[in-house]
Ligand binder design. Structure first.
Ligand code: C5P
Length: 251
């Protein structure tokens, strides 16, 4: 079966208020410009990602609020601790009904297996099981940091590949990676191993602080399963149009 694919909006806002205002604006404009059965947009609200800042500011209520409003939620907390702690924490997160959550692959296969066990225990009452993905290497880590600070004397591409294989061995669903790595990850770990790719920009837009970027259309060609798009949508003058354009190019 082909992987599900979607556009995930990175809601990097400071508070629940700001997030809800943005999402309300998006939905209001949507209802003004398209009919509700437009197949490109589906019936549901957009898939959203919330990260550490918003989660630590607002707590689990933030997730409950987004879920009650019909959003799918990718909770980007990047857990990394001893297996027992990660397992218990994942059990808590699974109970919130998150749709996707992640860990650092640097925690090792044992930690990732424990994460998966905990998540499945927590999500036992939900029919749709959450996806668990791994961060291979942060895009802020360059080859120099890898070698000189972390003392990992292998090329970055090899490290990313090995960490993705470790994630697959632990039973995870996929990895967060650059769209530039998606094809190689699929070759190494299989077509059903999902790639979730940030660093997406429109052809004519600003790159902000992202270094290696692809457009939604290029990410589609590269084989990304989910694109994570923040500022090109959240900071756009017309956010719904930007979101719709991502959907049109990517899906
Ligand atoms: O605004 P922008 O589209 O750059 O947002 C990208 C989102 O993806 C941010 O929430 C950022 O933290 C996240 N991310 C990333 N690169 C990674 C992992 C996550 O940009 N390697």
């Amino acid at each position: 079966m082909a992987n599900q694919r979607d556009v995930i909006i990175a809601c990097d806002f400071k508070s629940a208020d700001e997030t809800v205002k943005f999402l309300d604006r998006l939905t209001r404009i949507r209802s003004e410009v398209i009919s509700c059965d437009d197949s490109r947009f589906g019936e549901g609200r957009p898939y959203v990602k919330i990260g550490m800042e918003l989660f630590y500011a607002e707590g689990p209520e933030m997730i409950k609020l987004l879920k009650s409003r019909g959003h799918k939620v990718f909770l980007d907390l990047k857990l990394h601790d001893i297996p027992n702690t990660v397992k218990k924490t994942m059990q808590v997160l699974g109970g919130y009904g998150v749709d996707m959550v992640n860990v650092h692959a640097a925690g090792g296969v044992g930690m990732m297996k424990a994460a998966k066990e905990g998540l499945m225990l927590g999500a036992a009452r939900f029919a749709d099981k959450p996806k668990l993905i791994a961060v291979t290497q942060l895009t802020s880590t360059d080859e120099e940091t890898l070698h000189d600070e972390l003392l990992i004397n292998r090329p970055m591409a090899e490290v990313v590949k090995q960490y993705a294989l470790n994630a697959r061995e632990a039973g995870l669903d996929g990895v967060v990676c650059s769209a530039f790595e998606a094809e190689e990850i699929h070759k190494t770990c299989g077509a059903d191993f999902i790639t979730v790719t940030p660093g997406i920009r429109f052809a004519e837009g600003s790159n902000d602080d992202q270094k290696r970027v692809m457009t939604p259309a290029q990410a589609k060609l590269a084989g990304s399963d989910y694109i994570v798009v923040g500022r090109p949508i959240t900071a756009a003058d017309k956010p719904f149009e930007a979101y719709a354009r991502c959907k049109e190019e990517f899906l």
